[in-house]
Design a protein around this ligand. Structure first.
Ligand code: SAM
Length: 276
């Protein structure tokens, strides 16, 4: 019941039982689970012991055949395998109530999966994911560091991420080239969906030219304000930010709270409302 791993699908199957048990132990016992990329069922098997109503989303039809054989309907009537591309699946529509996500996710689309999870944080409360260690570090990087960026800020706006433990390449078949980490994301958004989108638009522009100061990166948006730079400086001062200093800083020097304020300054309605 083995399949030839496909590199193009990011297939590195877990073979270390101890690691599988440690990942499964991080599940929140009170929330139903969606597993992303069950593959041939290494983690699935453990999850099914605690969550018989598990739903698993897998793209590879060969893996699905293995899963059906391994977990037959007669023994696992509540287990549902969803044959689909995770990036095209509306995960919030699956349970239509609070849930969590678990998975040793395909590395080639990890960042895209993060943003898909962030879109689902109405119902999605927690995610336990195996990802590349370097990517995990970017999710929790301190301000000012090289790996502080778009991923760090998006994560902080949506909740808290912790690195639970690292996993050596030896624990997989085939072995990946790099060390992996198991992370836990607990979602508790600090801004609403519309602010999240507008803050991330600014963050993306700011980080698109990391070496430029913010005054230059944001020039097109600042110039689009009714009185351009002058108005922008006035708004920044109004929310307690040092305007001159901010314009001279680079994207990685601004804290998450400062990006939230920057977004407010670029959105007149919010400024008006908050000053009432
Ligand atoms: N969970 C298994 C394990 O730990 O042994 C497999 C993990 S493997 C790193 C990633 C899995 O995600 C593979 O089974 C792969 O086929 C699946 N996958 C890749 N791209 C996918 C996509 N776009 N949507 C859903 N599943 C995908």
């Amino acid at each position: 019941m083995a399949i030839k791993p496909k590199k193009s699908l990011g297939q590195n199957f877990l073979k270390d039982r101890n690691i599988i048990l440690k990942i499964a132990a991080l599940a929140n016992p009170d929330l139903p689970v969606i597993e992303i990329g069950p593959g041939t069922g290494a983690l699935t098997e453990e999850l099914l012991k605690k969550f018989p109503g598990l739903k698993a989303i897998e793209i590879d039809s060969r893996a699905i055949e293995v899963l059906k054989e391994k977990f037959p309907y007669g023994e696992y009537p509540d287990f549902e395998i969803i044959h689909s591309d995770i990036l095209k699946t509306d995960i919030s529509a699956i349970y239509k109530k609070d849930f969590q996500v678990m998975g040793n996710i395909p590395y080639y689309i990890s960042s895209q999966i993060f943003f898909q999870l962030y879109d689902a944080t109405g119902y999605l409360k927690q995610a336990v994911l195996m990802i590349q260690k370097d990517l995990a570090k970017r999710l929790i990087a301190p301000v000012g560091r090289k790996d502080y960026g778009i991923l760090t800020i998006a994560m902080a706006l949506k909740g808290k991420c912790t690195i639970e433990f690292d996993v050596s390449p030896h624990c997989f078949y085939p072995q990946p080239k790099v060390t992996s980490s198991v992370i836990k994301m607990v979602f508790n958004p600090v801004v609403n969906d519309s602010d999240f989108k507008s803050i991330m638009r600014i963050v993306r522009i700011a980080f698109s030219q990391r070496r430029k100061v913010l005054g230059n990166c944001l020039k097109p948006i600042i110039n689009a304000l009714p009185d351009g730079k002058e108005e922008f400086i006035g708004r920044l001062n109004k929310v307690g930010m040092d305007a001159e200093k901010t314009l001279r800083q680079r994207a990685e020097q601004l804290t998450i709270d400062e990006y939230i304020l920057l977004n407010k300054c670029l959105n007149q309605n919010i400024i008006d409302n908050s000053s009432r």
